[in-house]
Write a protein that binds this ligand. Structure first.
Ligand code: FMN
Length: 276
């Protein structure tokens, strides 16, 4: 148990109390606490049987109303993979990941079922998209948990949504199906590193949403994180200048000072969704 508390302290900068009755699941929780994104992989392939096993684990995850709206697309074809990787030259590790998967939101089947069963579909609104997106994200997360438990490493790739239309056309995504994120999967070439998180008190609320001293908490997190892994580069220095202290919040503020995927709504509407 102490090693779990050590991992928590390393991640969040605070020591929790040990719970009274933790009899089972320690190994699983340890794996979750020790999660790290992996972007460097060995050449060893990940075979299809392994990918299917992990898909089965991922598709066993909870799903809204049992609707099962998260799908997986394994990009096995080398030419297709190269085309997708070619869209993201600033993420060169992606081309080297032994396996590439797309996690999809699929609200299409639900609409097909309504048609097959001759039922109305009075649900053409944002929630139809949102539910499918949430299910797709849950499936991806569960895949990552299963893959990491098996010793694999993963990196999600939301930047495939920068090219959502091209990726959709390449992979034949029909109306009401859309990519949530890609995922590079392989055997880790290095152990990665544990990324520090905001303090739990900034993100875990009891009874009432609580922003007490949130700015101080973010400042303290910036400093703590800087003490572990300082940023090697400052984003958009030409525009914002060189900051004397460059922490996580400065980086995130700079990141979102430039429009990011402002056309994604248009793509989603193009897939047939109404978002109002
Ligand atoms: C939905 C999602 C999309 C992501 N997209 C990318 C991406 O496009 N490129 C990338 O290098 N990392 C991507 N990541 C990985 C995050 O950068 C990474 O999880 C984060 O920095 C925290 O690090 P950790 O996972 O090691 O804790 C993504 C993660 C998630 C959950």
């Amino acid at each position: 148990m102490q090693d779990l508390l050590d991992l928590i302290e390393k991640r969040f900068g605070e020591r929790l109390e040990a719970p009274q009755d933790i009899a089972k699941g320690v190994e699983t929780i340890r794996g979750l606490l020790d999660h790290r994104v992996i972007r460097r992989f060995s050449d060893k392939p990940v075979d299809m049987a392994m990918l299917r096993l992990l898909c089965a684990a991922a598709l066993s995850s909870p799903t809204k109303s049992d609707l099962q709206q998260g799908d997986v697309l394994i990009v096995a074809d080398a030419e297709k993979r190269a085309k997708i990787a070619g869209l993201l030259p600033d993420q060169p590790w992606m081309a080297k990941a032994p396996a590439l998967l797309l996690f999809l939101g699929n609200n299409r089947r639900q609409r097909q079922i309504a048609e097959w069963r001759a039922k109305p579909w009075p649900n053409d609104h944002l929630d139809s998209f949102f539910n499918a997106a949430v299910d797709g994200a849950i499936v991806m997360t569960t895949f990552v948990v299963a893959a990491e438990a098996a010793g694999l490493g993963c990196c999600p790739i939301s930047t495939i949504r920068n090219h959502a239309r091209t990726v959709s056309d390449l992979c034949g995504l029909p109306a009401y199906v859309f990519p949530v994120a890609g995922l590079g999967v392989g055997w880790p070439a290095d152990p990665g590193y544990m990324s520090a998180r905001l303090p739990m008190a900034a993100r875990v609320h009891v009874d009432r949403f609580d922003e007490t001293a949130i700015r101080d908490k973010v400042d303290a997190y910036d400093r703590r994180r800087d003490g572990i892994f300082p940023y090697r580069q400052q984003r958009d220095e030409a525009r914002f200048g060189r900051a004397e202290f460059y922490g996580w919040s400065e980086d995130k503020a700079r990141q979102y000072a430039t429009p990011d995927r402002a056309d994604f709504g248009a793509y989603v509407r193009g897939q047939g969704f109404r978002l109002d």
